[in-house]
Write a protein that binds this ligand. Sequence first.
Ligand code: KIV
Length: 264
Amino acid sequence: MRLTLTQLRKLKQTGEKITCLTAYDASFAYLVEQAGVEIILVGDSLGMVVQGQDSTLPVTVEHIVYHTQLVQRRTTRAFLIADMPFMSYATPDIALQNAAKLMREGQAQMVKLEGGQWLIEIIQLLVERGIPVCGHLGLTPQSVHQLGGYRIQGRTETEARRLLKEAQELQQAGASLLVLECVPSELAAQISKELTIPTIGIGAGAACDGQVLVLYDMLGIHLGKSPSFVKNFLADTGSIQGALQAYVEAVKNGQFPGATHSYR
Ligand code: KIV
C-alpha cells in the first residue's frame, strides 16, 4: 500500500522530516524505496541527468509518463509524484488533459507544477477534479531563461514577500505539498511555519518539513558543476544503498542540509 497524503501531512504535524528523492527507472526507484524514502518524484530533471539536455524545457508529457511507469512498476510504498513538463499546463484545459494522463497512464498519485499566482485557477481545477497538486516556488527551472539563470530567489524583501504570499495562495487554491527551491533558509522557515501543508526544500535550508535532491546529484554523478546545496552521499559511504540510507538518516535527524548546503 502506498503512502497517502494524510500520512505525509501527519509527518509535518508530528515534526518528523519527510524524505524525497527523484528517480526515473525501476532499479533505482526500488533502491530508493528500500532505503525508506517516503516520496519519489519523477522530475523533469530527467531531461538534464538522463537525456543530457541543457535544461528541462525539452521534456515532454510522454517522457514523464514513460519514466513514471518504470518507477511505479518496482515500487509499492513510496508516494509517487510526476512532474508536469514545460508548457504542459499552459492553460487549464491543457493542464487537465495532461495531468489526467500522468495519473492514468503513469499511475502517479500527484502532479507537480512550477509557478505562483498565475497557477491558482489551474490548481483549483485539478484539485476539484480529484488530482492532488504539489506546487513549486523559488527557483523554477522551467523559467530559467526568464529568471536569467539558475540562481537563488527571494533575497530581496519584495521578492520574499511575494514568495510568501504566493505560497499562501497556492495552499488556498488546494495544493497539498510545496517544493521550495533555492531560497534563503530564513524565508523557507517562515513559509514552512505559516503553511499547514508540508514544504519540501531543495537548497532551502533545514527548517522545511522535508527535503528533496536529484538522485544523480546526491550520488555524485553530474555532467557539469554540481549546485552548492548538493551533498555527495556516496563519497562517504561507498555504496549506493549506503548513500541512500545516509541521506534518509541525515534528513530525519536534521543534519542535512547543514549551513554549507543552504543559503542565507
Ligand atoms: O525536476 C526535478 O527533479 C525537481 C526537483 C529538483 C525538485 O523539480
